[in-house]
Design a protein around this ligand. Structure first.
Ligand SMILES: [Zn+2]
Length: 338
């Protein structure tokens, strides 16, 4: 029996830490924060236990709670006071994200990243203004009877994204994160930011964002479910990995500073591919469905929440992510620091 090689030698308690290949730090994590202009009190999000939508007046307090755990960055999502077909409240100087950003950057040291998209601001819930032939249809009551082959007007959306990004930067956003998967979105935003003197503001592109069923709970949180159809004509097909590299390369060419994969756990192969192919920082979005299913199992007593949350985030880093957006940010960071 040849037992020259005994891997167990390095699994003894005092050496395990020395040979550990992956570490997870609070500074790796970004906490999503939902600011809601339609409410003046905190509202729990039922499908995401422990998370809530907060009114603008509570935005600073909410971010301070995040910072206390050791997490240093937040991603802001806004629920506007009103919606329309064009999503005009998305770039309003007194919009929900703009106002929250101004207050948070004035009163805290948080690194503020803003989500740039239109789905929370359009009355039809799609990520941009609709194609001409769909405009004027009653899209809020079940939608056009026809199968919408093409939903969002890509190029009209680019103009809106430019405006939104500039309005966020003017409010003090530290980083801009476009999530709509429109062709050319990074270039349009880079051009807008540079034109207005925000050359120093980086772009974290949702570069490989899949049309995933794991987003369900977020749609409750941000009130952004499409009123008709789905997002498969702009978000990626879950079947495709090679296409992700093409998509991401385009964003790199357009000047993306950080490359994101969304969701995370069902797409760790894509995270690993990105890590191999590009030198840029890679972000992964551990999405609401990934959070909700662990919460539900823990509620039933079937899994230990703290352990599975930590292991999930560790595996995302091991696959190659440098930073992780996650609803577990505060809990995991607090556990790491204690
Ligand atoms: Zn969107």
């Amino acid at each position: 029996m040849d037992l020259t090689h005994r891997p167990r030698r390095l699994r003894q308690d005092r050496v395990r830490g020395l040979v550990s290949e992956t570490s997870l730090e609070p500074a790796d994590l970004i906490a999503p924060v939902f600011v809601d202009a339609t409410t003046d009190e905190r509202r729990p999000i039922e499908t995401m236990p422990g998370h809530e939508r907060v009114p603008i007046d509570e935005a600073v307090a909410r971010v301070e709670e995040v910072l206390e755990t050791g997490v240093e960055a937040v991603m802001l999502f806004g629920i506007p006071e009103s919606k329309d077909p064009e999503g005009t409240r998305a770039w309003a100087a007194d919009g929900v994200v703009q106002e929250a950003t101004r207050r948070i950057t004035a009163e805290t040291d948080a690194y503020v990243i803003t989500d740039v998209c239109l789905c929370e601001y359009t009355d039809h819930g799609h990520c941009g203004p609709l194609e001409e032939e769909l405009r004027g249809e009653d899209v809020t009551e079940g939608g056009p009877a026809c199968d919408p082959i093409r939903t969002v007007d890509n190029d009209a959306t680019l103009e809106a994204l430019d405006r939104i990004a500039v309005s966020h930067a003017e409010a003090g956003a530290d980083m801009i994160a476009p999530s709509g998967m429109m062709d050319g979105m990074v270039a349009a935003i880079r051009e807008g930011l540079d034109r207005e003197g925000f050359e120093h503001v980086p772009i974290m592109s949702y570069a490989a964002k899949y049309e995933s069923a794991f987003y369900g709970p977020f749609r409750d949180a941000a009130d952004g479910a499409p009123a008709f159809g789905d997002r498969r004509h702009y978000q990626m097909d879950p079947a495709n990995a090679r296409e992700a590299m093409r998509e991401v390369r385009l964003d790199v060419e357009q000047g993306a500073d950080v490359l994101m994969v969304k969701p995370a756990l069902p797409y760790l192969d894509i995270v690993a591919d990105l890590r191999r192919e590009f030198d840029h920082p890679v972000a992964a979005y551990n999405v609401s469905g990934e959070y909700a299913m662990l919460q539900a199992a823990a509620e039933k007593g079937w899994l230990d929440l703290e352990d599975v949350a930590h292991e999930s985030l560790l595996s995302i880093k091991r696959a190659g992510a440098d930073l992780i957006l996650t609803y577990f940010a505060e809990d995991v960071a607090a556990a790491l620091s204690s």
